[in-house]
Design a protein around this ligand. Structure first.
Ligand code: PLP
Length: 443
């Protein structure tokens, strides 16, 4: 087998190696990079999956996607550096010794208490590795309205050879968000822009278009559509399916993964894992009222729309960027055989959080609650067997205390969020002008 090649979903760009696809993010024709085909995992891995460690599963899942770009040892080191936390599969019961009513794959034990840590931390270390030996650092510029900035900052914090500059609108992010963006220091620089989020985005775009700046600095972005951020998410789908099989051995795959979805990176990664041979029967594409993809699965017509604000706001996406990847790999009929769509309104999401807490003591965050409710809807229709459902827990509920606490009472804060509270923000205030940004970057 030759080295894996990556194609643009719009097909007008030249195929690229993994390294090139990762470092450029978007393809030159504006498309997203996808692997030319999805490699099967090794036969020996399939049989030993239930007894493998998370890091061994990570290595076996990622190895064929980046075979020409790094050695086995380098990939193992990258995985060990990125995946410093676990993704436990928890059984939720109504009575202490009763049968489990559901399983949750907890993806929120990383530094920002959300599943995006898997992708962000792997991508950061991959960038650093691919740039080893370069004579200047890679400069990542990010504009944020609050949340992404903290996740990117945490992902890159302390990573060699990479400097991150986060632009955020001064006074318009929450105090905790400001600490997450501007409290880490080291290779993470925070600029408090005297303006709006739109000003921050405009300044970043202007910086990328500025030839003299690009001569002095190696600029890059760390956007969410990067293939190096997507592939590591296939790892926890494999690991979750392995844990399910360990508990309930069966000849045919039976796990049904309910995935809280917005831009659909998580779901595409799951489909990759399944295509590689992970023992997963089906997926549930669970959305809030921004149900472009569930509607697409039903009607066969993709209709992008404006997003509506909801309480599961990380999923408020009307035109999901990874639709291009879905459409590049699978026809609508193929997708329907793999994925069921379902959505939940804010009212249903709140009811679910309340009812699950009352019945089981478990506190869901609004995103995971959407996935729980979507699974309920499909169980009621007889489309899915209750005992096979795994809900992907994408965030810790303490991140959304303002929404969740009125429904269930106080939520204990996990250590990684408590730690951010104790940080002190150090940012440089700049005016919303290109010259001010140049000064800050070059000065
Ligand atoms: C980003 C996010 C999602 C949506 O994930 P996609 O990969 O964009 O579909 C779901 N839940 C939480 C908590 C998120 O932060």
């Amino acid at each position: 087998m030759g080295a894996m090649r990556y194609y643009s979903t719009r097909k007008r760009a030249e195929p690229a190696t993994f390294a090139r696809a990762a470092l450029s993010g978007l393809a030159p024709d504006g498309g997203l990079y996808v692997p030319e085909d999805i490699p099967p995992c090794r036969a020996a891995v399939k049989t030993s999956l239930p007894t493998m460690s998370f890091l061994d599963i990570a290595f076996e899942t990622l190895r064929p996607f980046m075979d020409a770009d790094l050695s086995d040892g380098a990939l193992r080191d990258l995985c060990a550096g990125a995946f410093t936390f676990d993704a436990p599969l928890r059984l939720i019961r109504e009575a202490p010794c009763g049968p489990p009513v559901r399983r949750i794959l907890e993806l929120f034990h990383g530094p920002t208490a959300a599943f995006k840590d898997f992708g962000a931390r792997f991508m950061a270390r991959m960038f650093s590795y691919l740039r080893r030996g370069a004579d200047k650092p890679l400069d990542i510029l990010v504009a944020t309205s609050g949340d992404t900035g903290g996740a990117v900052a945490a992902g890159f914090s302390g990573v060699d050879g990479v400097r991150v500059t986060v632009l955020y609108p001064q006074g318009r992010v929450s105090p905790l968000q400001e600490k997450q963006i501007a409290g880490l220091g080291g290779n993470i620089f925070a600029l408090a822009v005297q303006g709006s989020f739109d000003d921050c985005q405009r300044l970043v775009k202007a910086a990328f278009a500025c030839a003299p700046l690009r001569e002095k600095l190696d600029l890059s972005s760390a956007n969410s559509i990067n293939i190096a951020r997507l592939l590591p998410q296939a790892v926890y789908h494999c690991a979750g399916a392995a844990a399910f099989l360990r508990a309930a051995p069966s000849a045919a795959p039976s796990a049904v993964l309910s995935v809280p979805s917005g831009n659909f990176g998580n779901l595409v990664a799951g489909l990759y894992a399944q295509a590689m041979g992970a023992p997963i029967a089906r997926f549930i594409a669970a959305t809030n009222i921004n149900k472009t993809i569930p509607d697409y699965l039903e009607s066969g017509v993709y209709r992008a729309r404006h997003s509506e604000p909801t309480i599961s706001n990380a999923m408020d996406v009307g035109d999901p960027s990874n639709y291009e990847r879905l459409a590049a790999h699978w026809t609508i009929d193929q997708l329907r055989a793999l994925v069921s769509g379902a959505h939940a309104s804010d009212e249903e999401t709140r009811q679910t959080i309340r009812a699950v807490h009352t019945r089981t003591g478990r506190i869901l965050d609004p995103h995971s609650a959407v996935a729980w409710k979507a699974a309920d809807a499909l169980i009621e229709r007889g489309a899915v067997d209750r005992k096979n459902v795994i809900v992907l827990g994408t965030a810790h509920p303490a991140k959304f205390a303002g929404t969740v606490e009125p429904l269930v009472g106080p939520i204990p804060v996990p250590p990684q969020l408590a730690g951010a509270e104790g940080l002190k923000a150090h940012s440089r205030v700049i005016s919303a002008s290109g010259e001010a940004l140049l000064d800050a970057l070059l000065g």
